[in-house]
Write a protein that binds this ligand. Structure first.
Ligand SMILES: Nc1ncnc2c1ncn2[C@@H]1O[C@H](COP(=O)(O)OP(=O)(O)OP(=O)(O)O)[C@@H](O)[C@H]1O
Ligand SMILES: [Mg+2]
Length: 284
C-alpha cells in the first residue's frame, strides 16, 4: 500500500514519503502548512487512491473530544419517557438507544480500514488534543453508560491538519508523524495548475504565474495568496477571456493584475501593492 499522488492532486516526493511513513508507523500524520496548500484535500485523495472510505471530523472552537467518541442524548430520552406508552417504555429503559456514535466510534467499528480526517485540530481548545491521546494511541475507549470497551477492528489511517493557530502539546506530538507542506515552488505550481486546467495556454500560464509570484513575494503582505486563490483567479481569467497582454506590461515592470480581488484580500495589501507599482513607474 503506497500513496503516489493522483491525477487530481500533485504530491511532492517528500509528501508521499510522509504519508507512507505514517502508514508504516501506524501513527497519525500531522500536516501543517499555509491555508490552501492542500492539507484537507490530501486526506480525500489518499482515501480515493487507496479505495478506502473517508470519515471526516471538522473541528470548531466548541468541539469537544468526547463528541468524536459518543454523546448521550439525555433530552430525547426524557422526551420519550414523557410521551411513551407502555410499549415505548421498553425503549426508554435501554440507555443504548440514546448513545449517539461519534466519528471515531464509526471509524473503529468499520468493517474495513478507513481513512480518518481530523481537520483543523488547532481550532479546538487546548485540552482537545490531550483528551484524545489514548484513543489515538491504543485505538480504544470506554463507554461508561453501557460499560462497553470499544476497540478498533482495523487501525484507521489518521490525518490531522493544523493551521498553527495554537501550539499542540508535546505528548500529542510524540504520537504523530509530522509533515509541513511547503508552499509549492514554481515547477510544482505548474503541475498543480495543470491538473486543474489541462488545456490552459502556455503563454497565459507563464504570464499569470509571474503576476502571482510578483504579488506573493511582495514583502510585508498581511495575507499571501495561496494555491487555491491562484486556481480561483485562473478560473476567472478564463471565464472573462482575459487576453495575455492584460497580464504583461511592455516594460517588464510589475503591474496590477486584472481581477486582483481573487489574490489580495484586504485593503492594506492592495495599497501596498499599488504603491510598489507606482514607485516602479516613476523611477524608470
Ligand atoms: N497539491 C495540490 N494539487 C492539486 N490541487 C491543489 C493542491 N494543493 C492545493 N490545491 C487546490 O487548493 C484547494 C484548497 O486545498 P485544501 O482545501 O486542501 O487546503 P487546506 O490546506 O486544507 O486549506 P485550509 O488550511 O484553509 O483548510 C484545493 O481544492 C485544490 O483545488
Ligand atoms: Mg483545510
Amino acid at each position: 500500500m503506497k500513496f503516489q499522488g493522483s491525477d487530481q492532486y500533485v504530491a511532492t516526493a517528500d509528501l508521499m514519503l510522509a504519508v507512507n511513513a505514517a502508514a508504516t508507523l501506524q501513527r497519525p500524520l500531522l500536516i501543517k502548512g499555509e491555508p490552501g496548500t492542500g492539507k484537507t484535500m490530501l486526506a480525500e485523495e489518499v482515501a480515493t487512491a487507496l479505495g478506502r472510505p473517508l470519515l471526516q471530523w471538522h473541528i470548531k472552537s466548541t468541539t469537544k473530544a468526547q463528541q468524536g467518541l459518543y454523546e448521550y442524548d439525555a433530552v430525547s430520552r426524557l422526551r420519550d419517557s414523557q410521551l411513551a406508552g407502555i410499549e415505548g417504555s421498553e425503549r426508554v429503559r435501554n440507555i443504548e438507544n440514546y448513545i449517539v456514535k461519534g466519528v471515531l466510534w464509526q471509524a473503529f467499528e468499520a468493517d474495513e480500514p478507513v481513512v480518518l480526517l481530523i481537520d483543523e485540530i488547532d481550532k479546538a481548545d487546548i485540552e482537545f488534543p490531550n483528551d484524545l491521546l489514548r484513543e489515538i494511541d491504543r485505538m480504544e475507549f470506554y463507554v461508561y453508560e453501557t460499560r462497553q470497551l470499544i476497540k478498533a477492528k482495523h487501525r484507521p489511517l489518521v490525518f490531522i491538519t493544523s493551521n498553527n493557530e495554537k501550539e499542540l502539546p508535546d505528548a500529542f506530538l510524540r504520537r504523530c508523524f509530522f509533515h509541513y507542506i511547503k508552499f509549492p515552488d514554481a515547477e510544482t505550481m505548474q503541475q498543480i495548475v495543470n491538473v486543474h486546467f489541462p488545456t490552459l495556454k502556455k503563454d497565459l500560464l507563464a504570464a499569470a504565474l509571474k503576476n502571482f509570484y510578483d504579488v506573493r513575494n511582495l514583502p510585508g503582505l498581511k495575507k499571501k495568496p495561496s494555491t487555491s486563490e491562484l486556481i480561483d483567479w485562473l478560473k476567472l481569467l478564463l471565464a472573462e477571456d482575459v487576453p495575455v497582454d492584460a497580464l504583461q506590461s511592455k516594460d517588464e515592470k510589475v503591474s496590477i493584475p486584472p481581477l486582483v480581488g481573487a489574490l489580495l484580500k484586504n485593503e492594506q495589501d492592495l495599497t501596498l501593492f499599488e504603491k510598489l507599482v507606482f514607485m516602479q513607474r516613476n523611477n524608470r
